[in-house]
Design a protein around this ligand. Structure first.
Ligand SMILES: NC(=O)c1ccc[n+]([C@@H]2O[C@H](COP(=O)([O-])OP(=O)(O)OC[C@H]3O[C@@H](n4cnc5c(N)ncnc54)[C@H](O)[C@@H]3O)[C@@H](O)[C@H]2O)c1
Length: 372
C-alpha cells in the first residue's frame, strides 16, 4: 500500500511570526492560529518567555524566542506581527523590512515622524507590504459609513466627531506607570485615523487640545492625562472633534460621525446590540466591556486583509479590492501620527498647533493619495 501523490491546489499559508505576546499580541495570535484561513502562526518572540511559551503551547506553535532577530533570520517566516511596546515599533519594522518580511504593526507606526520616515524608506526599499492596526475601519458600521461617504451621500463634510472611552472603574491601575502621551499616541490615534478616513481627500491642518487628569487628579502634577478633547481643522475647512477618557464605568464606547452639506452618517453605538430591556426599573441595554469584545471581528478582519495582501504579492494575483480605500498603510500611519504629535505640542504650549508632515511634499506618496 502506498500513498497516491496529490498536487495541492490550496495555496500555502502565510507564515507569521508574532513579536510581543501581551494583551493585544495574544489576541492576534489566537486569531492567526484559528480564525484566519490562509494564515499560520509560525513563531512567537517576546522577552517574557514564560507567558510566550504558554501561549505557544496552547496554540501548537513550535518556535518561541526572547529575541525578534530570530524571526527575521528564519526563512520559514513570511511576515511578522508587531505588538510590542510602541518605542520598539519603528526599529522592529525597519529590521523586518530589511529581512524581507512583510509587516503588520500595531498602532502607532512610530512615536515620531522622523523615525516613521525611516520606516517608510526601509519598506520602500524592501518592497514589502506594511499595514497598521487601525482596526476601527474594519467594523461593519464604520465601513458602511465610509461607503456612504464615498458615494457622496453626506455631501461636503463640515463637522466630524470621534470618541473613545476606555472601560474603567473610576480609577486607573498603575496610572503612574502609563507612558507619557499615551492618550495621543495609543488611544486617540485611532480617532485621528477614523477622522482622517471619514473626511476623504482632506488633510488635517491644525489642532487645539484641552487635556487633564480628571480620573486621577493626584497625578496631574506629573503630567498624567486621562481625559482629552482635540479640535482639528482640515484642509477642506471641516472641523472635527476627537475626545477620549481612560475610564468609562459603563464599558467600552467608540463612536464616529461625519456631518455634511447633504446629511450625516454615524458609526458605532454605546450598546452591545440594539436589544433594549424594558421592565418596572425602566430601560436597560448591554454595553461592550472590553476592546476584544467590541472589536473581535474587526481584529480578525484586519489580519485577514493583511494575509490577503501578502498572499497576493506572493502569488502574483490582484490585491484585495474593498470598493473603498480600506487597508491602512504608511501614509495613514503618518497622517494620524502627525495629528498626535501636534496634539502633544498643543498641550505643551497651551495653544493651537499646526499639523506638520501629515503628507510630506515630494515624498512620492502616491500610494497613500490613491488610497484615500
Ligand atoms: N488596536 C487596538 O485596539 C489595541 C488595543 C490594545 C493595544 N494595542 C497596541 O498593541 C501593542 C501592545 O499593547 P499591549 O496592550 O498588548 O501591551 P502589553 O504590555 O500587554 O504587551 C506587550 C508585550 O510586548 C513584550 N515585549 C517587550 N519588549 C519586547 C521586544 N523588544 N520584543 C518583543 N516583545 C516585547 C512584553 O513582554 C509584553 O508581553 C501597543 O502598540 C498597543 O498600542 C492596540
Amino acid at each position: 500500500m502506498s500513498y497516491v501523490p496529490v498536487t495541492p491546489t490550496r495555496p500555502a499559508p502565510v507564515r507569521i511570526g508574532l513579536i510581543g505576546a501581551g494583551w493585544m499580541g495574544a489576541f492576534h495570535a489566537r486569531s492567526l492560529a484559528g480564525r484566519i484561513p490562509g494564515a499560520a502562526l509560525a513563531a512567537i518572540a517576546d522577552p517574557a518567555l514564560g507567558p510566550a511559551t504558554e501561549l505557544a503551547a496552547e496554540l501548537g506553535v513550535g518556535k518561541v524566542t526572547a529575541d525578534a532577530a530570530d524571526l527575521f533570520a528564519d526563512p520559514e517566516i513570511d511576515a511578522v506581527l508587531i505588538a510590542g511596546p510602541i518605542r520598539f515599533h519603528a526599529p522592529l519594522s525597519i529590521a523586518a523590512a530589511r529581512a524581507g518580511k512583510h509587516v503588520f504593526c500595531e498602532k502607532p507606526g512610530s512615536t515620531t515622524l522622523e523615525e516613521l520616515a525611516e520606516v517608510e524608506a526601509a519598506v520602500a526599499e524592501a518592497g514589502v507590504h506594511w499595514q497598521i492596526g487601525f482596526n476601527r475601519r474594519y467594523t461593519a458600521d464604520f465601513l458602511a459609513a465610509r461607503r456612504e461617504l464615498a458615494a457622496g451621500a453626506v455631501g461636503t463634510p463640515q463637522l466630524l466627531r470621534s470618541l473613545t472611552r476606555d472601560p474603567g472603574t473610576g480609577s486607573i491601575p498603575n496610572a503612574a506607570r502609563v507612558p507619557e502621551w499615551t492618550m495621543f499616541l495609543e488611544t486617540l490615534i485611532h480617532d485621528f485615523d477614523a477622522l482622517n478616513w471619514m473626511n476623504p481627500g482632506a488633510e488635517p491642518a491644525s489642532v487645539h487640545v484641552l487635556a487633564d487628569a480628571l480620573v486621577e487628579p493626584s497625578l496631574k502634577g506629573a503630567g498624567f492625562i486621562d481625559t482629552a478633547v482635540a479640535t482639528i481643522r482640515y484642509s477642506n475647512g471641516a472641523i472635527a472633534v476627537a475626545e477620549a477618557s481612560f475610564s468609562a464605568l459603563y464599558g467600552y464606547d467608540v463612536r464616529g460621525e461625519t456631518f455634511g452639506s447633504a446629511g450625516m452618517v454615524q458609526a458605532g453605538r454605546a450598546t452591545e446590540t440594539s436589544a433594549r430591556l424594558f421592565t418596572s426599573d425602566g430601560l436597560a441595554a448591554e454595553t461592550p466591556r472590553v476592546n476584544i469584545e467590541l472589536f473581535a471581528d474587526a481584529y480578525r478582519d484586519e489580519l485577514a486583509d493583511f494575509v490577503a495582501h501578502v498572499s497576493a504579492r506572493r502569488d502574483g494575483t490582484a490585491a484585495p479590492d474593498h470598493g473603498v480605500p480600506l487597508t491602512p498603510g504608511l501614509a495613514d500611519a503618518r497622517r494620524a501620527l502627525a495629528v498626535a504629535r501636534a496634539c502633544i505640542e498643543s498641550v505643551q504650549r497651551g495653544a493651537p498647533a499646526e499639523i506638520a508632515g501629515s503628507a510630506p511634499a515630494g515624498t512620492g506618496d502616491s500610494a497613500g493619495a490613491a488610497a484615500r
